[in-house]
Ligand binder design. Sequence first.
Ligand SMILES: Cc1cc2nc3c(=O)[nH]c(=O)nc-3n(C[C@H](O)[C@H](O)[C@H](O)COP(=O)(O)O)c2cc1C
Length: 163
Amino acid sequence: MADNGPVIDPAHFRQVLGHFPSGVCVVTTVVDGAPAGFAVGSFASVSLDPPLVLFCAANVSSTLERITRAGAMCVNVLAEDQEAVCRNFASKSTDKFAGVGWQPSGNGCPRLDGVLAHIDAHVSDQVVEGDHTVVIGRVTDLAVHHEGGPLLYYRGGYGRFVI
Ligand SMILES: Cc1cc2nc3c(=O)[nH]c(=O)nc-3n(C[C@H](O)[C@H](O)[C@H](O)COP(=O)(O)O)c2cc1C
């Protein structure tokens, strides 16, 4: 049998990894005219040439299944005053877009009002690793919308960037 290394307690894994601070995005898509999206802290840039980005999605995420079907997404970078938006999109609500202003982005996926920036991409690859899938997107359009501060996530709580 293959040696998979030492057993790591999941609660310990979460607690230690929670010490790595992140920004927060809402990744959106649209399937059959219906918008979908979820909060993501695992977003990162991958490559400049070609322009690639990635995020990791739990295999059980309903949004992941929709992004796979649509083959397109919009990454919305949340501003410091958008904690409520993040909590809403981190929920299992079936109507996450109720009360949220948005416009269709260049690829038709929802671009939320008030975000710092957005990145449109089409899915160029998906790699299943354990209980998550790494989704790699080829960037098709991107823009900054305002220069406010970012929403940050650290040790299970929300915060702001202070210099
Ligand atoms: C700050 C924050 C960051 C998150 N980052 C991720 C992530 O990177 N990947 C992921 O799959 N879920 C992440 N989640 C959890 C999802 O947003 C949550 O499970 C959501 O309910 C999934 O919805 P869906 O099943 O409708 O796609 C995060 C939640 C929060 C609050």
